[in-house]
Design a protein around this ligand. Structure first.
Ligand code: BGC
Length: 485
């Protein structure tokens, strides 16, 4: 699986070259938003007590240029050539004002299941030029982000050329910074009209999705290095199994969402309303599987050489000493998707912690260190999950999300170091892993939990939209630049 599009972008950049890009940059409002220059970036990183960690050279290597390991490099710490080092975001979580989406609607209902509305989020919709340049300056060579279908097709059948151009500018900005692009076509949120028709439960959903995929690929495909049909399509099944520290006994997410769905349907006065989280899990799964196949075919019909896959949510599942239903969980949650992945160009795996599986996932062990969202601090999940996913599918693996929610960045530093040490062990044992993408670039809108959980390697002041690089961001960027631990 090569970056077959490596050279194609430059021709496109001539069309969307720096002059046009400069003109197209949105005016930065008179608020105190400060675009981060290279100098500011270096200053803020050193202010974050990481002086000396950022190398003298602050431009990402062109991805077409292999990075030869320095003669003196310690082989035991060096990652494979052309390894993808990136950060991820998702449209609804960072862009702000995704007003035609199903989630925006739900966020604003009285007594919403969302803690707070997404609002301006990180205003990444306007600030992407500085965010992407910051990512590249930190040392990363890859950016994973998603399209908002609700912007591109705000009403059924009515496609916005202007919004497609917005995403084209984002991709072109990545090219300008020599970043490999991982584009997710669907990351949970949906157009509002699509949810009113029953979301993924609607028998017509796969065709509607495929039409969107075709339009988007025609407009953007030449700038996409890796496409993903779906972010975490296994989540509706996973919800049946997970439990978090502090969850009332017997309660699981599925029950919580069932109650939520009934209420939302009453509030929006639509008995059909359903989306990615809210609805009948099995019907959603069937709809998403069919949509994946049709969406993938639509993408390939436009660009047959574009690598296509999807991103699976996976915990590092370990058997409980008694009454473990581990095999049942794996078959229920991952089974169909791992089977499909065998025929994909790559598989993205997304992991944050482990789960000890009894009848369902058991709560984290007593005394275990927990992250802000109640997950066990368990960075070794990365090593275990890539080994499992690779063995099950035989296709190249990219870690497309991994990270930790914490206010204490020193814990993130340790988490990332241990996660990468484990990843390196797996690679040294021959597991075909092509990249590591951190979740997340920015502190962002964590769905129903609102803005409290901090997953970012960069902090965001939600009033000024000022970005501050955390020590973990500088550290991970340096690893990326060196391609070595
Ligand atoms: C999702 C992200 C989310 C992250 C942390 C993943 O399940 O893809 O959107 O923010 O986990 O919860």
């Amino acid at each position: 699986m090569q970056n077959q599009n490596a050279a194609a972008g430059f021709g496109v950049l001539a069309k969307y070259g720096s002059d046009k890009m400069a003109k197209d940059q949105p005016p930065v409002s008179k608020s105190s938003v400060k675009p981060i220059s290279r100098r500011t970036l270096l200053q803020s990183a050193s202010a974050a007590a990481v002086a000396g960690m950022i190398g003298g050279r602050s431009f990402a290597q062109p991805k077409s240029a292999a990075r030869p390991a320095a003669a003196s490099a310690d082989k035991s710490k060096t990652f494979p050539d052309k390894f993808l080092w990136g950060c991820a975001t998702a449209g609804h979580q960072v862009e702000g004002n995704n007003t035609s989406s199903d989630l925006w609607l739900i966020e604003h209902l009285p007594g919403s299941i969302f803690k707070e509305p997404s609002g301006d989020a990180c205003d990444h919709y306007h600030l992407y030029p500085q965010d992407i340049s910051m990512l590249a300056d930190l040392g990363f060579n890859t950016y994973r982000f998603s399209l908002e279908w609700a912007r591109i097709e705000p009403e059924e059948g009515s496609f916005s050329n202007a919004e497609l151009e917005h995403y084209r500018r984002m991709l072109a900005t990545c090219r300008e910074h020599h970043l490999t692009t991982l584009l997710t076509y669907s990351h949970f949120s949906l157009p509002r009209w699509f949810a009113f028709k029953g979301g993924w439960q609607n028998p017509g959903a796969p065709d509607l999705y495929a039409r969107f995929c075709e339009k988007a690929t025609k407009h953007l495909g030449d700038l996409v290095d890796y496409a993903s049909t779906f972010n975490e399509p296994d989540v509706p099944q996973l919800l049946n199994w997970i439990s978090l520290a502090g969850m009332p006994g017997g309660t699981n997410f599925t029950e919580m969402f069932r109650t939520g769905l009934d209420k939302v349907r009453r509030q929006v006065n639509s008995p059909e309303f359903a989306n990615f989280f809210l609805g009948d899990g099995m019907k959603i799964r069937d709809g998403v599987i069919a949509a994946h196949h049709k969406g993938r075919a639509a993408m390939k019909s436009v660009r047959s050489d574009m690598p296509v896959g999807f991103n699976l949510a996976m915990s590092d599942d370990q058997p409980a000493p008694e009454d473990s239903h581990l095999a049942e969980k794996q078959a229920d949650v991952y089974g169909p998707w791992l089977e499909i992945a065998k025929h994909e160009d790559y598989l993205g795996v997304q992991t944050y912690s482990r789960a000890v599986v009894g009848k369902r996932d058991l709560p984290p062990p007593k005394g275990a260190e927990l992250t802000q969202v109640g997950w066990e601090f368990y960075p070794e999940c990365v090593e275990h999950v890539v080994r499992y996913a690779s063995k099950q599918t035989g296709v190249p693996i990219i870690v497309t999300e991994n990270g930790i929610s914490t206010n204490d960045d020193t814990r993130r530093v340790e988490y990332v170091q241990r996660a990468l040490a484990g990843l390196k062990r797996a690679i040294d044992d021959g597991v075909d892993v092509r990249g590591y993408v951190a979740w997340s670039l920015l502190d962002n809108f964590e769905w129903m939990s609102g803005f409290d959980p901090k997953f970012g390697i960069v902090a965001v002041d939600r009033v000024t939209q000022r970005r501050t690089i955390k020590p973990s961001g500088a550290m991970l960027g340096n690893i990326a630049r060196r391609n070595s631990l």
